[in-house]
Design a protein around this ligand. Sequence first.
Ligand SMILES: NC(=O)c1ccc[n+]([C@@H]2O[C@H](COP(=O)([O-])OP(=O)(O)OC[C@H]3O[C@@H](n4cnc5c(N)ncnc54)[C@H](OP(=O)(O)O)[C@@H]3O)[C@@H](O)[C@H]2O)c1
Length: 256
Amino acid sequence: MKHTVLVTGASSGIGMELARLFAQQGHNLVLLARGRQALETLAAELQTQHKIAAQVLEADLADPQAPAAIVQELGRRNLHIDVLVNNAGFGLMGPHATLDTQRQLDMVQVNIHALVHLTRLLLPGMLARNTGGVLNVASTAAFQAGPNMAVYYASKAFVLSYTEALHEEVGGTQLHVSCLCPGPTHTGFVSAAGMEGVGLFKLGAQSALDVARVGLAAFERNQTIAIPGLKNKLLTILGKFSPRYATRKIAQALNR
Ligand SMILES: NC(=O)c1ccc[n+]([C@@H]2O[C@H](COP(=O)([O-])OP(=O)(O)OC[C@H]3O[C@@H](n4cnc5c(N)ncnc54)[C@H](OP(=O)(O)O)[C@@H]3O)[C@@H](O)[C@H]2O)c1
């Protein structure tokens, strides 16, 4: 079935690759981010290559009014969103007490509030049409506390818990709800978070395309949680059997 897919954070990285993969499958797209130029270039590429409709929606998800305005704009364009990909997000590295207050609050707004608000506004339509679903992008950071990235790790723990709960709530319908939990991935995330040279990335990182492929495949089979890469899977399993004080100490050592 041909769906209309809204991808947040489609202007780069994992979101851009997810948008490309959905387009390859013939789905129409709404590409959302702040960077209009990158979105327009991507929309043109996808329309030409895959003969789909791709629209651009410029929005700043750090603005608490954005989700309602986005849904209003979708209505104005007469677009029904079947699949919502909540991918937009960012991290900040540094001690909570010294990182900029507003930037950290913006992170909560983008990574949590906007994701919840958009989902809450679009889910009823999906349920009414009984098709589509939600693909949320969390992180392997969701599985333990992350000293030196406290708000980021906590925001991703929220996304994972929220998505798991939604997955169960829509059980018995045709909707799919999945959570993609990438480990270190080569994207703009590292420089945006101030993480250049950090230990975690020295262990190796995946390409955004590989991560997006895992995310789309998981969503297609309605897999609740998808962790791309064997190393990330093993570390997550190891974390499950380790005491919490140990996992947060390891995270602290890697976040340097
Ligand atoms: N890269 C990693 O190692 C990694 C690991 C685990 C999880 N993740 C998660 O993967 C997701 C995608 O990140 P990425 O790695 O692909 O990084 P990225 O290349 O920096 O992409 C982030 C995307 O989010 C958008 N975005 C950021 N702030 C926004 C805002 N205020 N309003 C609207 N859009 C905003 C950016 O677009 P504009 O700047 O154009 O607005 C961009 O399209 C994030 O949720 C991130 O937490 C990444």
